[in-house]
Design a protein around this ligand. Structure first.
Ligand SMILES: [Zn+2]
Ligand SMILES: [Zn+2]
Ligand SMILES: [Zn+2]
Ligand SMILES: [Zn+2]
Length: 318
Protein backbone atom coordinates (compact mmCIF):
# COMPACT_ATOMS: atom_id res chain seq x y z
CA UNK A 1 0.00 0.00 0.00
CA UNK A 2 2.81 2.38 0.92
CA UNK A 3 4.62 1.78 -2.32
CA UNK A 4 1.43 2.32 -4.19
CA UNK A 5 0.82 5.52 -2.31
CA UNK A 6 4.21 6.85 -3.28
CA UNK A 7 3.52 6.12 -6.85
CA UNK A 8 0.35 8.11 -6.51
CA UNK A 9 2.23 11.20 -5.44
CA UNK A 10 4.14 11.35 -8.66
CA UNK A 11 1.46 11.71 -11.23
CA UNK A 12 -2.20 11.80 -11.94
CA UNK A 13 -3.95 8.68 -10.76
CA UNK A 14 -7.38 7.30 -10.50
CA UNK A 15 -8.25 7.62 -6.87
CA UNK A 16 -9.91 4.73 -5.02
CA UNK A 17 -13.62 4.50 -5.51
CA UNK A 18 -16.30 3.92 -2.98
CA UNK A 19 -17.30 0.25 -3.40
CA UNK A 20 -20.98 1.18 -3.17
CA UNK A 21 -21.56 4.26 -5.30
CA UNK A 22 -18.34 3.93 -7.34
CA UNK A 23 -17.68 7.65 -6.97
CA UNK A 24 -14.16 8.75 -6.21
CA UNK A 25 -13.59 8.67 -2.47
CA UNK A 26 -13.21 11.90 -0.60
CA UNK A 27 -13.04 12.79 3.06
CA UNK A 28 -14.62 11.86 5.37
CA UNK A 29 -14.24 8.13 4.77
CA UNK A 30 -15.80 5.72 7.28
CA UNK A 31 -15.03 2.11 8.01
CA UNK A 32 -17.02 -0.91 9.04
CA UNK A 33 -16.02 -3.13 11.96
CA UNK A 34 -13.90 -5.30 9.70
CA UNK A 35 -12.28 -2.41 7.90
CA UNK A 36 -14.13 -1.75 4.65
CA UNK A 37 -14.18 1.90 3.68
CA UNK A 38 -17.22 3.72 2.37
CA UNK A 39 -17.80 7.28 1.36
CA UNK A 40 -19.65 9.65 3.62
CA UNK A 41 -22.75 9.71 1.46
CA UNK A 42 -23.12 5.94 1.31
CA UNK A 43 -22.38 5.57 5.00
CA UNK A 44 -25.15 7.95 5.96
CA UNK A 45 -27.53 6.33 3.49
CA UNK A 46 -27.23 2.90 5.10
CA UNK A 47 -30.38 1.83 6.94
CA UNK A 48 -29.64 -0.11 9.05
CA UNK A 49 -25.98 0.96 9.28
CA UNK A 50 -24.51 -2.31 8.10
CA UNK A 51 -21.57 -2.65 5.76
CA UNK A 52 -22.98 -3.79 2.39
CA UNK A 53 -19.89 -5.88 1.80
CA UNK A 54 -19.60 -7.92 5.01
CA UNK A 55 -22.82 -7.06 6.90
CA UNK A 56 -20.84 -5.90 9.95
CA UNK A 57 -21.76 -2.66 11.67
CA UNK A 58 -20.48 0.57 10.21
CA UNK A 59 -18.51 2.64 12.70
CA UNK A 60 -17.56 6.28 13.13
CA UNK A 61 -13.97 5.28 12.56
CA UNK A 62 -12.34 7.32 9.84
CA UNK A 63 -9.80 5.99 7.39
CA UNK A 64 -7.31 8.77 7.95
CA UNK A 65 -4.53 7.28 5.86
CA UNK A 66 -6.75 6.98 2.86
CA UNK A 67 -8.10 10.47 3.36
CA UNK A 68 -4.55 11.73 3.58
CA UNK A 69 -3.45 9.94 0.43
CA UNK A 70 -6.41 11.30 -1.43
CA UNK A 71 -5.78 14.81 -0.19
CA UNK A 72 -2.19 14.69 -1.43
CA UNK A 73 -2.64 12.69 -4.59
CA UNK A 74 -2.58 14.48 -7.85
CA UNK A 75 -5.55 13.89 -10.03
CA UNK A 76 -6.34 14.75 -13.59
CA UNK A 77 -8.77 17.51 -14.37
CA UNK A 78 -12.29 16.10 -14.81
CA UNK A 79 -12.22 17.80 -18.23
CA UNK A 80 -9.33 15.63 -19.30
CA UNK A 81 -11.45 13.90 -21.91
CA UNK A 82 -12.06 17.19 -23.68
CA UNK A 83 -8.46 18.28 -23.62
CA UNK A 84 -7.34 19.58 -20.23
CA UNK A 85 -3.93 18.20 -19.26
CA UNK A 86 -3.87 19.85 -15.87
CA UNK A 87 -3.22 17.70 -12.79
CA UNK A 88 -3.60 18.91 -9.23
CA UNK A 89 -4.09 17.76 -5.64
CA UNK A 90 -7.62 16.48 -5.38
CA UNK A 91 -8.41 19.24 -2.91
CA UNK A 92 -7.78 21.84 -5.63
CA UNK A 93 -10.12 20.34 -8.20
CA UNK A 94 -13.06 22.56 -7.40
CA UNK A 95 -11.00 25.71 -7.62
CA UNK A 96 -9.48 24.58 -10.88
CA UNK A 97 -12.84 23.77 -12.40
CA UNK A 98 -13.89 27.39 -11.97
CA UNK A 99 -11.07 28.50 -14.21
CA UNK A 100 -10.48 25.44 -16.37
CA UNK A 101 -10.45 26.61 -19.95
CA UNK A 102 -12.09 23.35 -21.00
CA UNK A 103 -15.10 23.78 -18.78
CA UNK A 104 -18.55 24.45 -20.08
CA UNK A 105 -19.18 28.12 -19.75
CA UNK A 106 -22.12 30.39 -20.20
CA UNK A 107 -22.19 33.40 -22.43
CA UNK A 108 -20.88 36.28 -20.30
CA UNK A 109 -23.57 38.49 -21.79
CA UNK A 110 -26.24 36.19 -20.45
CA UNK A 111 -25.74 37.47 -16.95
CA UNK A 112 -25.53 41.06 -18.17
CA UNK A 113 -28.62 41.37 -20.31
CA UNK A 114 -30.27 38.05 -19.60
CA UNK A 115 -30.85 37.76 -23.28
CA UNK A 116 -28.40 35.07 -24.19
CA UNK A 117 -28.62 31.50 -23.03
CA UNK A 118 -25.68 30.17 -25.01
CA UNK A 119 -23.32 27.84 -23.24
CA UNK A 120 -20.36 26.00 -24.63
CA UNK A 121 -16.60 25.76 -24.62
CA UNK A 122 -14.13 28.58 -24.42
CA UNK A 123 -12.79 27.84 -27.88
CA UNK A 124 -16.21 28.51 -29.35
CA UNK A 125 -17.07 31.62 -27.45
CA UNK A 126 -15.46 34.07 -29.85
CA UNK A 127 -17.36 32.53 -32.75
CA UNK A 128 -20.52 32.88 -30.75
CA UNK A 129 -19.80 36.56 -30.14
CA UNK A 130 -19.02 37.12 -33.82
CA UNK A 131 -22.29 35.53 -34.67
CA UNK A 132 -24.59 36.95 -32.05
CA UNK A 133 -22.92 39.87 -30.27
CA UNK A 134 -20.76 41.43 -32.90
CA UNK A 135 -20.67 44.88 -31.41
CA UNK A 136 -19.45 43.35 -28.17
CA UNK A 137 -16.34 41.89 -29.71
CA UNK A 138 -15.37 44.35 -32.39
CA UNK A 139 -12.99 46.23 -30.18
CA UNK A 140 -9.25 46.11 -30.05
CA UNK A 141 -6.34 47.43 -28.11
CA UNK A 142 -5.36 51.06 -28.71
CA UNK A 143 -8.54 51.75 -30.68
CA UNK A 144 -11.16 54.11 -29.27
CA UNK A 145 -14.23 52.43 -27.84
CA UNK A 146 -17.31 54.61 -27.68
CA UNK A 147 -20.05 54.26 -25.14
CA UNK A 148 -23.10 56.00 -26.58
CA UNK A 149 -26.25 57.45 -25.12
CA UNK A 150 -24.68 58.07 -21.77
CA UNK A 151 -26.82 60.21 -19.53
CA UNK A 152 -25.66 58.91 -16.17
CA UNK A 153 -29.29 58.61 -15.20
CA UNK A 154 -29.65 54.88 -15.12
CA UNK A 155 -27.40 51.96 -14.41
CA UNK A 156 -25.66 50.66 -17.45
CA UNK A 157 -23.29 47.87 -18.20
CA UNK A 158 -21.09 47.27 -21.21
CA UNK A 159 -19.18 44.13 -21.90
CA UNK A 160 -16.60 43.38 -24.55
CA UNK A 161 -14.81 40.20 -25.45
CA UNK A 162 -11.24 40.72 -26.56
CA UNK A 163 -8.91 38.16 -28.11
CA UNK A 164 -5.26 38.86 -27.71
CA UNK A 165 -2.42 36.45 -28.38
CA UNK A 166 -4.79 33.52 -28.36
CA UNK A 167 -6.08 34.55 -24.96
CA UNK A 168 -9.47 35.94 -24.14
CA UNK A 169 -10.26 38.89 -21.96
CA UNK A 170 -13.49 40.48 -20.89
CA UNK A 171 -13.80 44.20 -20.39
CA UNK A 172 -16.69 45.25 -18.23
CA UNK A 173 -17.80 48.84 -17.75
CA UNK A 174 -20.44 49.61 -15.20
CA UNK A 175 -22.19 52.90 -14.59
CA UNK A 176 -23.63 52.79 -11.13
CA UNK A 177 -26.12 55.56 -10.47
CA UNK A 178 -26.58 54.65 -6.84
CA UNK A 179 -22.93 55.09 -6.00
CA UNK A 180 -22.47 57.65 -8.76
CA UNK A 181 -19.40 55.81 -9.93
CA UNK A 182 -18.17 54.31 -13.16
CA UNK A 183 -16.06 51.16 -13.09
CA UNK A 184 -13.79 49.52 -15.63
CA UNK A 185 -12.23 46.12 -15.29
CA UNK A 186 -10.38 43.70 -17.55
CA UNK A 187 -10.56 40.01 -16.72
CA UNK A 188 -8.77 37.12 -18.32
CA UNK A 189 -10.88 34.07 -19.07
CA UNK A 190 -8.65 31.38 -17.65
CA UNK A 191 -6.35 30.74 -14.78
CA UNK A 192 -5.52 33.13 -12.00
CA UNK A 193 -1.81 32.76 -12.65
CA UNK A 194 -2.10 33.74 -16.30
CA UNK A 195 -4.37 36.62 -15.34
CA UNK A 196 -1.69 37.84 -12.98
CA UNK A 197 0.83 37.87 -15.77
CA UNK A 198 -1.18 40.59 -17.46
CA UNK A 199 -1.84 44.18 -16.73
CA UNK A 200 -4.37 46.39 -18.37
CA UNK A 201 -4.61 50.09 -18.92
CA UNK A 202 -7.72 52.12 -19.40
CA UNK A 203 -7.20 55.47 -21.08
CA UNK A 204 -10.17 57.72 -20.78
CA UNK A 205 -10.06 60.77 -23.01
CA UNK A 206 -12.41 63.67 -22.60
CA UNK A 207 -14.67 64.38 -25.53
CA UNK A 208 -14.85 67.97 -24.36
CA UNK A 209 -11.14 68.63 -24.15
CA UNK A 210 -8.78 66.03 -25.49
CA UNK A 211 -5.95 67.19 -23.28
CA UNK A 212 -7.95 65.90 -20.34
CA UNK A 213 -7.07 62.29 -19.82
CA UNK A 214 -7.36 59.69 -17.17
CA UNK A 215 -5.13 56.62 -17.19
CA UNK A 216 -5.63 53.65 -14.97
CA UNK A 217 -3.40 50.61 -14.76
CA UNK A 218 -3.82 47.41 -12.78
CA UNK A 219 -3.28 43.70 -13.02
CA UNK A 220 -5.98 41.55 -14.59
CA UNK A 221 -8.23 39.35 -12.55
CA UNK A 222 -9.48 36.11 -13.95
CA UNK A 223 -13.13 35.45 -14.55
CA UNK A 224 -13.54 33.17 -11.54
CA UNK A 225 -14.29 36.29 -9.55
CA UNK A 226 -17.37 38.28 -10.45
CA UNK A 227 -16.75 41.74 -11.86
CA UNK A 228 -19.24 43.14 -9.38
CA UNK A 229 -17.21 41.77 -6.52
CA UNK A 230 -14.11 43.53 -7.83
CA UNK A 231 -16.12 46.72 -8.29
CA UNK A 232 -17.33 46.41 -4.73
CA UNK A 233 -13.76 46.15 -3.53
CA UNK A 234 -12.70 49.00 -5.75
CA UNK A 235 -9.77 47.04 -7.18
CA UNK A 236 -10.30 48.44 -10.64
CA UNK A 237 -10.62 51.74 -12.43
CA UNK A 238 -13.17 53.82 -10.54
CA UNK A 239 -14.28 57.23 -11.78
CA UNK A 240 -16.82 59.31 -9.87
CA UNK A 241 -19.64 60.65 -12.04
CA UNK A 242 -18.61 64.12 -10.88
CA UNK A 243 -15.32 63.66 -12.73
CA UNK A 244 -16.76 61.59 -15.55
CA UNK A 245 -19.10 64.43 -16.53
CA UNK A 246 -16.12 66.31 -17.89
CA UNK A 247 -15.39 63.50 -20.29
CA UNK A 248 -18.80 63.23 -21.90
CA UNK A 249 -19.89 65.10 -24.97
CA UNK A 250 -22.97 64.36 -27.06
CA UNK A 251 -23.73 61.60 -24.55
CA UNK A 252 -20.57 59.84 -25.56
CA UNK A 253 -17.71 58.43 -23.49
CA UNK A 254 -14.55 57.36 -25.26
CA UNK A 255 -11.84 55.15 -23.89
CA UNK A 256 -9.01 52.99 -25.08
CA UNK A 257 -7.63 49.90 -23.47
CA UNK A 258 -4.33 48.08 -23.52
CA UNK A 259 -3.62 44.60 -22.25
CA UNK A 260 0.01 43.79 -21.71
CA UNK A 261 1.88 40.76 -20.65
CA UNK A 262 4.33 41.39 -17.86
CA UNK A 263 8.03 40.84 -18.56
CA UNK A 264 9.23 37.33 -17.80
CA UNK A 265 11.24 38.33 -14.73
CA UNK A 266 8.11 39.64 -13.12
CA UNK A 267 6.18 36.69 -14.27
CA UNK A 268 8.36 34.31 -12.28
CA UNK A 269 8.01 36.40 -9.21
CA UNK A 270 4.28 36.32 -9.55
CA UNK A 271 4.18 32.62 -10.21
CA UNK A 272 6.37 31.52 -7.36
CA UNK A 273 5.32 33.74 -4.57
CA UNK A 274 1.59 33.84 -4.47
CA UNK A 275 1.75 36.57 -1.92
CA UNK A 276 4.58 38.39 -3.58
CA UNK A 277 2.90 41.75 -3.40
CA UNK A 278 0.96 41.62 -6.63
CA UNK A 279 0.44 45.34 -6.36
CA UNK A 280 4.08 45.89 -7.11
CA UNK A 281 3.50 44.72 -10.61
CA UNK A 282 1.52 47.75 -11.47
CA UNK A 283 3.64 50.34 -13.09
CA UNK A 284 3.61 53.75 -14.62
CA UNK A 285 0.06 54.94 -14.42
CA UNK A 286 1.52 58.45 -14.61
CA UNK A 287 -1.69 60.32 -15.11
CA UNK A 288 -0.92 63.70 -16.51
CA UNK A 289 -2.73 66.94 -16.72
CA UNK A 290 -5.65 68.20 -14.69
CA UNK A 291 -8.41 65.70 -14.23
CA UNK A 292 -8.70 63.70 -11.03
CA UNK A 293 -5.83 61.32 -10.70
CA UNK A 294 -6.39 57.67 -10.31
CA UNK A 295 -3.18 55.88 -9.49
CA UNK A 296 -3.37 52.19 -8.68
CA UNK A 297 -2.58 52.87 -5.03
CA UNK A 298 -5.62 55.06 -4.82
CA UNK A 299 -7.75 52.22 -5.86
CA UNK A 300 -7.64 50.30 -2.62
CA UNK A 301 -10.78 51.82 -1.30
CA UNK A 302 -13.73 53.07 -3.23
CA UNK A 303 -15.14 56.13 -1.58
CA UNK A 304 -17.96 54.26 -0.01
CA UNK A 305 -18.32 52.30 3.15
CA UNK A 306 -18.96 49.02 1.39
CA UNK A 307 -22.09 47.31 2.62
CA UNK A 308 -21.20 44.42 4.89
CA UNK A 309 -17.50 44.41 4.08
CA UNK A 310 -17.07 40.72 3.65
CA UNK A 311 -13.63 39.25 4.22
CA UNK A 312 -13.49 38.04 0.67
CA UNK A 313 -10.61 40.29 -0.18
CA UNK A 314 -7.92 37.74 0.38
CA UNK A 315 -9.60 35.12 -1.62
CA UNK A 316 -9.77 37.39 -4.59
CA UNK A 317 -6.15 38.19 -4.20
CA UNK A 318 -4.64 34.86 -3.40
ZN1 LIG B 1 -20.23 5.80 -1.82
ZN1 LIG C 1 -17.41 -4.47 5.85
ZN1 LIG D 1 -9.03 21.56 -16.46
ZN1 LIG E 1 -24.24 35.14 -26.02
Amino acid sequence: MAAKANKKMTGAVDLPECPVCLETMSAPIFQCQSGHSLCNQCTSNLVPPMCPICRQHMTQMRNWQLEDIIAKAKVACPNKSVGCVYTMPSTDVNDHLKECIFRDMECPLGSVSGKCSWSGKLKDIMDHFQERHQKNCNVSSDTPVNLDNIELKEDERFLYLVAQQKMLFIITVKLDTLQKMAFWIVQHIGSKSVARQHIYEIHLTSNLDERRKLVFCDHCFNDAIKADEVFRQGKCAVVPFEALKHFIKDKKITFKFFIKRLPVANKKKVDNGKDAKPNDNKQNPAPKGPGPKKGPKDATGPPKPGPGGKPKQNKANA
